[in-house]
Design a protein around this ligand. Structure first.
Ligand code: PBG
Length: 329
């Protein structure tokens, strides 16, 4: 059979590993990863059922994990506390206790590993007896401005304890500007704000809520987190967070929302972060455990896709493992 007279044969540019490497557009590197860690006050690490490979870490376990992460080339962590019921209340006031688990863990990490970038979550859910990110009124509404006042105290207490980057995940209106002012008046002009800008009311957070025992006691988070059906609304959040002084903008979840990552990337000069959330991680783990997908390849492909869509920074439970896989080549 004669050759087809094709003028373009894109496969020529894919003919060998070296040629493919010439024009590869996206790289993964551990430099981009932020490693989320669950902590509790118990003496033992407690494995989390729906997140194989993740545990609620004891204070010692936390330092071991951070040390291991550094050895693997992962230099940034974000902490999430599993708090006992005795630390939960309607106003979530334990969130800004100077001796809280997050605050003491920040100090411990900073003392032992001063080079680590410490990121903290700002929201009331670990401390809320209602399992919500904000204060709940008697009629069930989430009180925006009263919540923001508590979030400001939480953020300043985290900065007091050594946080480098404050990441508000609560989705209250106006919190970025208020937290910026609170940090600045406390003298923390160098502490950054990484805002969860387009955070969706997603079912992909299920395993995380199991890990922290922080699921809402009633209703859902749809009056503050965004509707998964919406994209334009993300541009509105972007405009506000930028104007209020955010340093980095986050999209969450990541893989089901690549279009939103790209949308924000194209509409701001700020760095973009994306959070590969607990459900995204759990799905890969579950399929791999059944032998249905090859974990290493699927996980690295998902992370590469998140970068390709435009994320500079990726929050991922795969941080250490992916860093090790990449080092193996
Ligand atoms: C809390 C918070 C959540 C996550 C990060 N911060 C849960 C939620 O909003 O309900 C989810 C992370 C994950 O699923 O991995 N404000």
């Amino acid at each position: 059979m004669s050759q087809l007279p094709l003028s373009a044969r894109p496969r020529r540019n894919r003919k060998s590993p070296a040629i493919r490497a010439w024009h590869r557009e996206t790289w993964l590197s551990a430099d981009h990863f932020v490693y989320p860690l669950f902590i509790h006050a118990g003496a033992e690490d407690q494995p989390i059922g729906a997140m194989p490979g993740c545990s609620r870490l004891s204070p010692d376990g936390l330092l071991r994990e951070v040390e291991g992460a550094l050895e693997d080339g992962v230099k940034s962590v974000v902490l999430f506390p599993a708090e006992p019921d005795s630390h939960k209340s309607p106003r979530g006031d334990h969130a800004w206790s100077p001796d809280g688990l997050v605050q003491s863990s920040l100090r411990a990490i900073k003392e032992r590993f001063p080079e680590v970038v410490l990121v903290t979550d700002v929201a009331l859910d670990p401390y809320s007896s209602d399992g919500h990110d904000g204060i709940v009124a008697e009629d069930g509404r989430i009180l925006n401005d009263q919540t923001v006042a508590v979030l400001c105290r939480q953020a300043v207490s985290q900065a007091d304890a050594g946080a480098d980057v404050i990441a508000p995940s609560d989705m209250m209106d106006g919190r970025v500007g208020s937290i910026r002012r609170a940090l600045d008046s406390a003298g923390y002009t160098e502490v950054s704000i990484l805002s969860y800008c387009a955070k969706y009311a997603s079912a992909f957070y299920g395993p995380f809520r199991e890990a922290l025992d922080s699921a809402p006691k009633f209703g859902d988070k749809a009056t503050y987190q965004m509707d998964p059906a919406n994209a334009r609304e993300a541009l509105r959040e972007l405009e506000l967070d930028e104007a209020e002084g955010a340093d980095i903008l986050m999209v969450k979840p990541a893989l089901p929302y690549l279009d939103i990552i790209k949308l924000l990337r194209e509409n701001t000069a700020l760095p973009i972060a994306a959070y590969q959330v607990s459900g995204e991680y759990a799905m890969i783990k579950a399929a791999a455990a059944n032998g249905w997908v090859t974990e290493r390849k699927v996980a690295l492909e998902a992370l590469t896709s998140i970068r390709r869509a435009g994320a500079d920074v990726i929050f991922t439970y795969y941080a250490r493992q992916a860093a090790r896989w990449m080092a193996q080549g």
